[in-house]
Design a protein around this ligand. Sequence first.
Ligand code: NAD
Length: 291
Amino acid sequence: MQEFAGQVAVITGGASGVGRSLAFALGRRGARVVAADVDRNAMDALERDASAMGIGLLTRRCDVTAGADCEALAGYAMNEHGRIDMVFANAGIGAGEAGPMWTYSMKDWQWCFGVNVWGVVNTINAFLPRLVAQERKSHFTVTGSGNGAFVVLPDAPIYTATKAAVQAITENLYYQSVAMKSPVSVHALFPGPHVVDTGLFDSDRVRPESFDTGTPKSSGIRSVEDMRRLMQQHGMELKTTHPDEVAEAAVAGILADTFWICPRTEESLAKFLARVESIRTLQNPVAASVG
Ligand code: NAD
């Protein structure tokens, strides 16, 4: 189980949800983890829990919307450990949008693009030069979402738009790395196959004051449980995935060195194929459902 002994992993958004599970999955396998986040309380809890399990781990405040923070994070990891083997550009938020998209606050658009898109770009800019300069095998994994990359779910247009951009960026990074014969393997991680039970539906807990819209969250959903109740009211069942399963899939994908790290079901594949078929036949698209 010590596949990553001596290796160094940096995770943005590493304090909760998928990032936290990644920290444990990698730490248990011998990696020295640097978990970066904006949520100090969650980082303290992660440090406590990791130490109780005998996992060595460092935490570091890093707001991925700030290029300087990402640069400082990369410098910190390098100074502390002298090498970086795995980077997870994982930080992401949901803006909690609901209703017609022309009614959304620009602050919701800007915050979500800031974290989900510029956060990934800032992480690439800070870490890729260092990974390439090491001239040995390393891994750069971007957490995307099937909602945006493969299908357009109609419930969260801002989030979907950010994850469509993230897919374009990640895939281009992969093509460029291959073309350059770079030793950096690029991976696209898609948490799933079902909705992953994390804090994503309550991202407002880390919304900066500068992006406060002054109105309560419009979707009314603050947790996977809220989503489950809402779907039950419409006679639908919500299946969920534990973030630890996502972390295990990520580990397997890195060890197998595959670009797509995408646990999926027949249903999720069918939704993707329905969209592709609409594009192929030029028939009008039909919205896919969540869950
Ligand atoms: P989460 O809220 O549990 O974790 C996200 C982490 O990012 C939090 O610890 C949060 O504090 C941190 N964060 C927020 N803004 C930040 C910033 N500016 N700088 C640094 N860190 C910041 O949610 P999660 O579901 O674990 O999200 C992880 C990734 O998985 C995201 O990119 C998300 O879009 C993606 N994802 C999640 C699901 C799902 O079903 N939960 C599905 C597909 C993709």
